[in-house]
Design a protein around this ligand. Sequence first.
Ligand SMILES: *[C@@H]1O[C@H](CO)[C@@H](O)[C@H](O)[C@H]1NC(C)=O
Ligand SMILES: *[C@@H]1O[C@H](CO)[C@@H](O)[C@H](O)[C@H]1NC(C)=O
Ligand SMILES: *[C@@H]1O[C@H](CO)[C@@H](O)[C@H](O)[C@H]1NC(C)=O
Ligand SMILES: *[C@@H]1O[C@H](CO)[C@@H](O)[C@H](O)[C@H]1NC(C)=O
Length: 347
Amino acid sequence: MQWVSLLLLAGLCSLSGAQYDEDSHWWFQYLRSQQSTYYDPYEPYPYEPSDPYPYPYGVEEGPAYAYGSPSPPDPRDCPQECDCPPNFPTAMYCDNRNLKYLPFVPSRMKYVYFQNNQISSIQEGVFDNATGLLWIALHGNQITSDKVGKRVFSKLKHLERLYLDHNNLTRMPGPLPRSLRELHLDHNQISRVPNNALEGLENLTALYLQHNEIQEVGSSMRGLRSLILLDLSYNHLRRVPDGLPSALEQLYLEHNNVFTVPDSYFRGSPKLLYVRLSHNSLTNNGLATNTFNSSSLLELDLSYNQLQKIPPVNTNLENLYLQGNRINGETWGEGLCGHFTGKTYSE
Ligand SMILES: *[C@@H]1O[C@H](CO)[C@@H](O)[C@H](O)[C@H]1NC(C)=O
Ligand SMILES: *[C@@H]1O[C@H](CO)[C@@H](O)[C@H](O)[C@H]1NC(C)=O
Ligand SMILES: *[C@@H]1O[C@H](CO)[C@@H](O)[C@H](O)[C@H]1NC(C)=O
Ligand SMILES: *[C@@H]1O[C@H](CO)[C@@H](O)[C@H](O)[C@H]1NC(C)=O
């Protein structure tokens, strides 16, 4: 609800050409609120992604066409379907206007917004001149994997954020620029993540793949050495990813079909704070004794599984969720005795 009203405001602002600063402000607020509303059920939101460009206007450096600049950008390069605000010359707004195709992006652009249109393809060459792009927003369209050019992203050596969520993708896009920091692919129909799909993304910190049809991710996550947040919830995974990134802090796997977690699985991620595995098929037989006895964990959600006993957990754990399992009264004490001194404990 909240971001719907922000969107409406953004729409109003863009009617008046004098208020582009407002417009982009709202837009960034919207992006942020969109990210955080997803986690509402688990307030407080544990992780605010570090945001290098919260408000690009005013952050621009170099020979930017700031207020009073003697050489304003040539407005003629702006596609007629889009708005290119003169006081924010590196941004192009083409969102929410029933576009069916992507217009060519001029070379000066760093932030381009195409979200909420009816775009179904990303044609070859469309970003070729805009090699300085930092953000591409394409969410809320109808992009299908067969219509994504093979080399569309390959020249974008600086791209940091790519929003392709809420589209019709059935495969992972790629090759992807190694500079990516955030990749939004949630709410598509992707069925697997090949082992090499994310290769070389050394700076990727957040990967959103929730609400797809993923059955298999293999070892594709293992090499993501900067990854802090991995969201694979609402998929069809039967197994956890083969190897977790070492910097990982948040792992979301709820609403899958995971039935087992290997012993020492979390040892490779010593910073892991939040693990959500609710609504899976976990049984005690599928868990080794010390699977969840990982000292960094603060929150562990094991609700709505088929556990009959409480697995041993570490003494620092603050929130443990176990409702919707088959734990009976007599076994309640066993897993917790002497181990768990947590603050919240929910049946
Ligand atoms: C792309 O850049 C080249 C070289 O700067 C320029 O000649 C060409 O007109 C640009 N293409 C478009 C479609 O803007
Ligand atoms: C994308 O998916 C939506 C919803 O399933 C569907 O209505 C639409 O026709 C699809 N578009 C394309 C281009 O496949
Ligand atoms: C990753 O980030 C660092 C520091 O910001 C930067 O120097 C490096 O070039 C980035 N790597 C890639 C592949 O873009
Ligand atoms: C949990 O791990 C710690 C440290 O590795 C160990 O001392 C403790 O005995 C383990 N707890 C259980 C219940 O095995």
